[in-house]
Design a protein around this ligand. Structure first.
Ligand code: GDP
Length: 210
């Protein structure tokens, strides 16, 4: 079992000049605005208020970096979490949307430390066109991706497994890489932490940005 033992905020950035110097293996979290990304990072890091949970969608307009110390048995590992700005918030101007998109794609293309991406969907809503587009992008960029369907608590228990299976099918991803999660009921926590551990234990999987 993997457990978080400590976590801290590192820095905020909008462009590569501002990314923190490397060293730690990094996992990025992407998702639609208001999908439950902040709540998920808080639960995974074992800290209730590491990331501010906001009821105002579209507010996080920077990349935020956190270091999370994980332990498996006696083995300790620091993983850097990159919280990417939420996409797909309907009420923003086109230019602002383009700025976000650039921020996210630049990071995903250039960040050498990046070992994997957690792509967050709403289990009840299912994949939105923006989610499908993001996943397609991640596949093209050859970034190992774990799909995490959050707010699973909102689905009746009997609907959960079939919904996750159909999501994997619709998205064209291996069902083993689609995990259900709930921040409120702490569901799927060990599956996501296992995947984070697995991804960050691999060798350098960075892609050549050229
Ligand atoms: P973010 O914008 O993606 O960072 O989303 P937040 O973590 O701020 O959450 C957005 C809203 O969804 C808040 O009102 C949360 O309380 C709620 N929320 C987040 N995770 C869950 C969950 O697992 N289950 C339920 N039922 N609500 C959640």
């Amino acid at each position: 079992m993997i457990r978080p033992v400590d976590a801290r905020f590192v820095t905020t950035a909008v462009a590569p000049e501002g990314y923190p110097p490397g060293g730690q293996p990094e996992i990025a979290f992407v998702g639609r605005s208001n999908v439950g990304k902040s709540s998920m990072i808080n639960v995974l890091s074992g800290r209730k208020k590491l990331v501010r949970v906001s009821n105002t969608p579209g507010r996080t307009r920077t990349l935020n970096f956190f270091d999370v110390d994980l332990m498996r048995g006696d083995e300790r590992r620091t993983v850097r979490f990159a919280d990417l700005p939420g996409y797909g918030f309907a009420k923003v101007a086109k230019t602002e949307r383009a700025t976000w998109e650039k921020m996210i794609t630049t990071y995903l293309e250039q960040r050498a430390e990046l070992r994997g991406v957690v792509s967050i969907l709403d289990a009840e809503v299912g994949p939105t066109p923006d989610d499908v587009r993001t996943l397609g992008y991640l596949q093209k960029a050859e970034r190992p991706t774990l799909v995490v369907a959050t707010k699973l608590d909102r689905l009746a228990k009997a609907r959960r497994k079939p919904k996750l299976r159909s999501m994997a099918e619709v998205l064209g991803v291996d069902p083993a890489w689609v995990v259900g999660f709930s921040a409120t009921e702490k569901l799927g926590l060990s599956e996501v932490l296992d995947a984070v551990w697995e991804l960050t234990g691999m060798g350098d999987t960075s892609v050549d940005p050229t």
